[in-house]
Design a binder for this molecule. Structure first.
Ligand SMILES: Cc1cc2nc3c(=O)[nH]c(=O)nc-3n(C[C@H](O)[C@H](O)[C@H](O)COP(=O)(O)O)c2cc1C
Length: 201
């Protein structure tokens, strides 16, 4: 059995990270199912940054985002609080919120559930499963930083959307993909690139 992963996209800048992650998860033979949830603000940012005509609620949004047909990606409307992924009884290996707005970060840190992204993340934590949160905001205020600490102490892995430059990226996609591969390292999904810094002597 392959991995079952939940991907949440919220209304922070950098939705291209999510798009590239979905591309690589779709391609991976280690991944069986990707359950996708997009907040309403997430859909707005996708329309803005990726110039896609995404509804935010249609099942076909997954294919629009991926740019091709898929049987692996399943898109759940964010208000569908009765979806399978809202229950701890549904087996999931990991969830990643990429990018994560400071709004969603704060809601999760407060233990509040208003939509399916919050519920699935809350369930992931309570079931002691891997939750990866990719916050994107700058500068950060004290509340943002405290919320990150709180979530990390509750078991989440915080991977701020901070791309690296030590691999000499030539294009924006090089920059994005290297970051996405670091997220995949934490998801436990194999990828093609060796992201480990080999040292310089
Ligand atoms: C184009 C655009 C870019 C945004 N970028 C960010 C961002 O980088 N980080 C952030 O926390 N919020 C950002 N926001 C604001 C969030 O979308 C807003 O706070 C929203 O309520 C988040 O809702 P959600 O957490 O349900 O997705 C952005 C909004 C827009 C329209």
């Amino acid at each position: 059995m392959g991995k079952k992963i939940i991907v949440g996209i919220t209304g922070a800048s950098g939705v291209i990270y999510a798009q590239r992650l979905l591309h690589y998860l779709e391609e991976s033979s280690e991944v069986e199912i990707v359950n996708l949830v997009i907040t309403s603000a997430g859909a707005t940012v996708i329309r803005e940054e990726l110039e896609l005509k995404l509804s935010g609620v249609r099942e076909s949004d997954a294919e629009l985002l991926l740019g091709r047909a898929t049987s692996k990606l399943k898109h759940f409307p964010v208000k569908d609080i009765g979806a399978s992924i809202a229950s701890g009884s549904y087996p999931v290996d990991a969830m990643v919120i990429i990018p994560c707005s400071v709004n969603t970060l704060g809601i999760l840190a407060a233990g509040i559930v208003r939509d399916l992204v919050h519920r699935a993340a809350d369930v992931t934590l309570k079931e002691n499963r891997k939750l990866i949160v990719v916050p994107r905001e700058t500068p950060l205020n004290r509340i943002h930083i405290e919320n990150m600490l709180r979530l990390q102490q509750a078991g989440a892995i915080i991977i701020p959307a901070m791309p690296a430059f030590y691999h000499h990226p030539k294009t924006i996609l090089d920059l994005v993909d290297h970051f996405v591969f670091r997220v995949m390292d934490h998801l436990g999904v194999t990828h093609s690139e060796d992201t480990a810094w080999q040292g310089r002597s």
